[in-house]
Design a protein around this ligand. Sequence first.
Ligand code: ATP
Length: 286
Amino acid sequence: MGEKLTIAVQKSGRLQEDSLKILKECGISIDNGKDQLKANASNFPLEVLYLRNSDIPQYVEDGVADIAIVGGNVIVEKQKELEILQKLGFSKCRLAMALPKDVEYTGLEYFNGKKLATSYPNSLQQFLDENNLDCDIHVISGSVEIAPNIGLADGICDLVSSGSTLFKNGLKEVEEVLVSEACLVANKNISDLKRAILDRLLFRMKSVLAAKNNKYILLNAPNDKIDDIIKVLPGMKSPTVLPLAQEGWSSIHSVINENDFWGVIDQLKINGAEGILIIPIQKMVL
Ligand code: ATP
């Protein structure tokens, strides 16, 4: 049997669904799944291990898994030396410090001598050291946001995405400690054979992610506006321009980045573009 790459993904929880989805979008079919601890891909040399999110960095560092999809914040918290290969754009959150909403916050020095509840003591301590702050860290494993209400701590340091949990508990976010998203990470010493499989997987992932971040755009424009429109639409190399059946008009095709989208559309309209169509891209091979 040939060499296989072992990937760890979260067994259940916030990252699991999107982790399996991205593997699927990479064309990888995984036999069965969820209820097993291990599964094989039927069409790619990959074995999947389903593990707890917080245990994943250790398994990758030990080489039990070669690579993993894991929250970036967990790597910082567990202080593991892993290679971060690719940010994956999901499970975005931030580790933030929060205080009861009626506290008058005066800046970072406010925290000196205060008691903070968190499940992420290492990440918090690193932030405190960087800012020369001295706090009493109280480690609790869950429901951190109730700690100030029950008199357990002056404030908290916890993961936040929308901020609604903080709000519901009468807290306000005052400092960002770090930002996080799901990442593809690797053990630093994987063999050349496994590295070759990993390169194939990474190539597919980058194509999937690029497609998510870009849209295909088609529009019609009078020929005398083509130059102005091309300046707004760089495209992968340069836009495609095709003549329309109607004399004096052309169809222009290009690719635009999701982040620039609305700004580009406004510019196109100002420059006389009509019949603008935006089409999702399934894969973008770079
Ligand atoms: P384990 O799988 O080890 O039991 P867990 O119960 O903390 O860990 P989840 O809550 O499913 O697992 O996922 C936690 C991860 O999800 C975090 O480490 C972080 O990377 C990501 N995440 C994204 N948004 C949030 C959020 N608002 N709160 C907590 N975690 C978040």
